[in-house]
Write a protein that binds this ligand. Structure first.
Ligand code: ADP
Length: 655
């Protein structure tokens, strides 16, 4: 037996390790199994070059729990270690590696959590004592037993071990008894080891018998050693990709829409499969994340700094030994390799989408509604992706026909160019609510797009910025004649004075609702258009909608909703009402009351007086009420008590 002091200068690095990695101590299992797999792969390599002769036997890694002894053992049949090697790799290298690591990250706890770099010594995070039993593959090797109880001293002696390979035995600390539970270990193995290239065995398979789980004869192999992403695309069928998807996300009910098999050798190594999921709700987005692997070892599903943000909407696996894993997240962002990976993935994704569109437009259209969110997000956040995607991003009109931007521009060019040369795209977010507007537009030969997606408002603004003289206008944002103005607007013969009277009258009959402003305007629209109708300013409405998604825009979000109540002076009904009351009559009534300066309460009083006066003036004429309500109703804004009054009034008008 030999005793020695481990070559470290820190008094005792174990408390530091324990403290630092406290919140993520489970990674010890990943580290030990990775070492076991490495040792196995090394043996295979030696065998393939003839340095190891004969049958290698069953090269699996076993994880064994002994509840009585309170130990967890990771057993491999890999190359093993001689006493000299244990001394070199464990006593010196592993320790100094761990020490260096701890010194480097002493002040940056978060930087090391969950990342590689601590290797073998992470075993001490959960153990009182760690033992190694190892027999090297070398001929005439003597087995070695090493043990260390978390002090800076170790013990090493020869031992008897008949099988080649290494057992790492962890005497689990009382605080961490969960690592002696089958369910905990199976859970961790499923998280970290599901796709390791060497079989990982944990006990026997269980099955249900007479309402109980019983062990079978069969080994419980945790992993799939040839996961789909490590195989050649040519060897895989659609069914294989779908099966792999189910394996990755057992709780996901929907099949993926399509996938991209990544296989890059230069300038770095990267493999993987990215799936386009069916995104039903925002909740789905958070759930099944892309998983990052390093040589088939699971690292993390937090890939935000490695792939562009919009790609985090995808599902699947990325595997790269070239992504630096033991560094902080902020460092990742500035790492050149990571940047290259990010732009390479963007390119591959864009290529694939372009190819899908080119090869089968009908199929692409079918999938469009499901991938729209993803593509628009990409276009909005990644300039390069925008440039590629603008040729296959689609627009759907209210008839259900799809167009690319160029196709659509061509389609509407003739009819929807206004007198200033702007190409005006008309759209609706709700075809039911805008039914009347859409019908009128169609009668004029205009086309209307359906823009009801979550990011459509942002997408439209982006397209307007990038395409000079392209304007998107919601179908109800103005009267049709003004939406695509072909000539200067028509003038009517009424004086401002006459209009002012009617304006006050409408103001008085409009229902008062909180956070809602009506602005009354006069337009000489068509005779056959509605006498009174609502429009909503495109700019203000859009800013409000965008503010829901964007920080720093809450100013718009807090503004009350603005509607224009447009009075159509070309309509005979309006013409009859015009002049029924002048603003003079109203003002006179007000003046009688108003003899003091306009303090706030006075202002309100004045308003009340105006209202009362108007009510008396128009009270008899129910048409004013009826017209206002119809305008609100046509835009889906007549609700509650005003709606009930409208219904009663309508019935009485029929008598
Ligand atoms: P790393 O794996 O990053 O090199 P570790 O601290 O995990 O760092 O391990 C140090 C070294 O100890 C390994 O490089 C390897 O040479 C040796 N080693 C660890 N575990 C085993 C094992 N199960 N079989 C053979 N050698 C091992």
């Amino acid at each position: 037996m030999s005793k020695g002091t481990i070559g470290v200068t820190s008094d005792n690095i174990f408390p530091v390790i324990k403290k630092f990695l406290y919140s993520d101590h489970e990674i010890f299992l990943r580290e030990l199994i990775s070492n076991a797999v490495d040792a196995t792969q090394k043996l295979k390599t030696l065998s393939s070059v003839g340095e190891v002769k004969g049958d290698l036997g069953n090269l699996r890694v076993q994880v064994i729990i002994d509840k009585k002894k309170k130990t967890l053992t990771v057993r491999d049949s890999g190359i093993g270690m001689t006493a000299e090697e244990v001394d070199k790799y464990i006593n010196q290298i592993a320790f100094s590696g761990a020490e260096e690591f701890v010194n480097k990250y002493k002040d940056k706890t978060e930087a090391i959590i969950g990342h590689f770099g601590l290797g073998f010594y992470s075993a001490f995070m959960v153990s009182d004592k760690v033992e190694i039993f190892s027999l090297s593959y070398r001929e005439d090797a003597t087995a070695v037993h090493w043990s260390c109880s978390g002090e800076t001293t170790y013990e090493m002696e020869d031992t008897i071990k008949s099988d080649r390979g290494t057992d790492i035995v962890l005497h689990i600390n009382d605080e961490f008894q969960q690592y002696l539970e089958d369910a905990t270990i199976e859970g961790l193995l499923n998280k970290y080891c599901k796709f390791l290239p060497v079989e990982i065995v944990f006990g026997k398979k269980k099955e249900w018998k007479d309402g109980k789980q019983v062990e079978t004869e069969e080994d419980n192999v945790i992993n799939d050693i040839n996961p789909a992403w490590t195989r050649k695309p040519a060897d895989l069928k659609d069914e294989d990709y779908k099966a792999f998807y189910r394996r990755l996300y057992p709780m996901q009910m929907d099949e993926p829409l399509f996938w991209i098999h990544l296989n890059v050798d230069y300038p770095f190594h990267l493999t993987g499969i990215l799936y386009f999921p069916k995104i039903r709700t925002n909740l789905d987005i958070q759930k099944n994340k892309i998983q990052l692997y390093c040589n088939q070892v699971y690292v993390t599903d937090e890939v935000e700094n490695i792939v562009p943000q919009y790609l985090t909407l995808l599902h699947g696996v990325i595997d790269s030994p070239d992504i630096p894993l033991n560094v902080s997240r902020s460092y990742l962002q500035s790492d050149n390799n990571v940047k290259k990976i990010s732009s390479l993935i963007t390119k591959k994704v864009a290529d694939k989408l372009a190819e899908l569109y080119k090869n089968d437009k009908a199929d692409f259209e079918k999938k469009w509604d499901d991938i729209r969110l993803f593509i628009q997000y990409g276009m909005l956040t990644d300039e390069k992706f925008y440039e590629r995607a603008v040729s296959f991003a689609l627009f759907k009109n209210t008839e259900g026909t799809y167009f690319t931007l160029d196709e659509y521009k061509e389609k509407i060019k003739e009819n929807q160019t206004d007198k200033d040369g702007n190409l005006v795209v008309l759209y609706t977010q709700d075809p039911d609510a805008n039914f009347t507007h859409i019908e009128r537009a169609k009668q004029k030969g205009y086309d209307v797009l359906l823009m009801d997606g979550e990011l459509d408002v942002h997408a439209m603004s982006q397209l307007e910025q990038k395409n000079e003289k392209l304007r998107f206008t919601r179908i109800d944002s103005d009267i049709l004649e003004n939406l695509i103005r072909k000539e200067d607007s028509k003038k009517d013969e009424y004086t401002d004075e006459q209009k002012e009277g009617l304006r006050k009258a409408f103001e008085a009959v409009l229902p008062e609702t909180e956070r809602l402003n009506y602005y009354i305007s006069f337009e000489a629209a068509d005779k056959d258009a509605l006498p009174v109708f609502l429009t909503q300013n495109e700019f203000m409405r859009r800013m409000k909608e965008m503010s829901q998604h964007q920080q720093g825009m809450s100013f718009y979000g807090q503004m009350p909703d603005q509607y224009n109540l447009v009075v159509n002076t070309a309509h005979p009904l309006v013409q009859e009402l015009m002049g029924k009351m002048t603003s003079e009559e109203i003002e006179e009534a007000v003046e009688k009351k108003d003899d003091a300066s306009a303090t706030e309460t006075k202002e309100n009083e004045v308003k009340e007086t105006v209202k009362k006066t108007v009510w008396t003036l128009v009270g008899e004429d129910e048409r004013l009420h009826q017209l206002t309500d119809i305008a609100l109703l046509a835009s889906g804004r007549l609700k509650g008590e005003p709606l009930a009054r409208f219904v009663t009034r309508s019935v009485s008008l029929l008598k």
